[in-house]
Design a protein around this ligand. Structure first.
Ligand code: NAD
Length: 283
């Protein structure tokens, strides 16, 4: 069965971006989260981005309205019943994701594919809590989703070929370039990116340089479009810490030890841009 209806679970920065690109590509999308306020915030952010895209002449008013018409919201997970594909984008926490996948497995139809946007967690372990492990797969979008071209498709050890081919074709429909990787901690993107961010945080922690100077070195010296600490603030420091923990535990190698300063910022609730404070302050 072709994918027509998509439910995106989690209306945070990633979930709302994923819902937007899916609706822009012609899919019918339900954006789900735990309460109305969060879902509304997600929809408002999509609205804002589409309005800006119209102003910049990248899309027409008709395309904007069409996209919004294909988007609905929900706080009732039962709405996933009609989905051909569920894309999960809730917080980066294995227990939360496993519980959600067990729940989704009961609610959705037999043919429904369950994809997770996890940045680092074992898809194989998430698939194993369901009665459809062959239909579970990783679909790792990059932030911000409407802008970034890449989707890392992660095959769990159980993922069947039909599921993989369908997800590859959905990624194409979304106008993304996909790279297929196997299910090991951090996959490719975060196995390389996060240790670099963690090292940048160590550089600040050890007093080698200020956040601004670390970012300037990497921007002007390495031609990175954004410094690693600005990027960490954009990703969310809570997410960065969780990914470092996954790498540290998954490989059992001390080179992945999360920097104590990262841990302390997260303990303080300084998660970066989404909370207004991280390595920088946001108003
Ligand atoms: P976020 O904190 O902005 O959003 C997470 C959302 O999940 C929140 O709105 C929260 O209310 C919701 N949520 C939590 N538990 C839920 C549940 N049981 N049911 C429904 N909704 C629930 O986080 P984010 O940055 O959007 O990250 C989401 C996922 O995407 C994580 O797995 C993260 O690792 C991954 N990811 C993040 C980035 C990034 O740059 N931030 C990039 C790629 C992938």
């Amino acid at each position: 069965m072709d994918v027509r209806n998509i439910v995106v679970v989690g209306a945070g920065q990633m979930g709302s971006g994923i819902a937007q690109v899916c609706a822009q590509s012609g899919y019918h999308v339900v954006l789900h989260d735990i309460n109305e306020d969060i879902v509304e915030r997600g929809i408002n952010s999509i609205h804002r981005l589409l309005t800006r895209a119209v102003e910049k002449g990248r899309i027409t008013d008709i395309e904007k309205d069409g996209t919004l018409n294909r988007l609905t919201t929900s706080t009732d997970i039962g709405r996933a019943h009609d989905a051909d594909l569920v894309i999960e984008a809730v917080i980066e926490n294995l227990d939360v994701k496993k519980e959600l996948f067990q729940q989704l497995d009961q609610v959705v139809a037999a043919h429904t594919i369950l994809a997770t946007n996890t940045s680092s967690l074992p898809i194989t372990e998430i698939a194993a809590v369901t009665n459809r492990p062959g239909k579970v797969i990783g679909m790792h979008f990059m932030n911000p989703v409407p802008v970034m071209k890449l989707v890392e498709i992660i095959r769990a050890i159980q993922t069947d070929e039909e599921t993989y081919l369908k997800i590859e074709s959905v990624a194409k429909e979304l106008n993304k370039t996909s790279v297929t990787v196997n299910d090991f901690p951090g996959f490719v993107a975060n196995r390389i990116l996060m240790p670099m961010i963690n090292e940048a945080i160590y550089t600040v922690y050890e007093g080698v340089a200020s956040p601004e100077d670390v970012d300037t070195v990497m921007k002007l010296g390495m031609n990175h479009p954004m410094g690693p600490l600005t990027l960490a603030d954009f990703i969310g420091l809570d997410t960065c810490l969780y990914i470092m923990e996954v790498l540290y535990e998954g490989f059992g190698d001390s080179k992945y030890r999360p920097c104590p300063l990262l841990r302390q910022y997260v303990q303080a609730g300084w998660y970066g841009k989404k909370t207004g404070k991280g390595f920088y302050t946001y108003t």
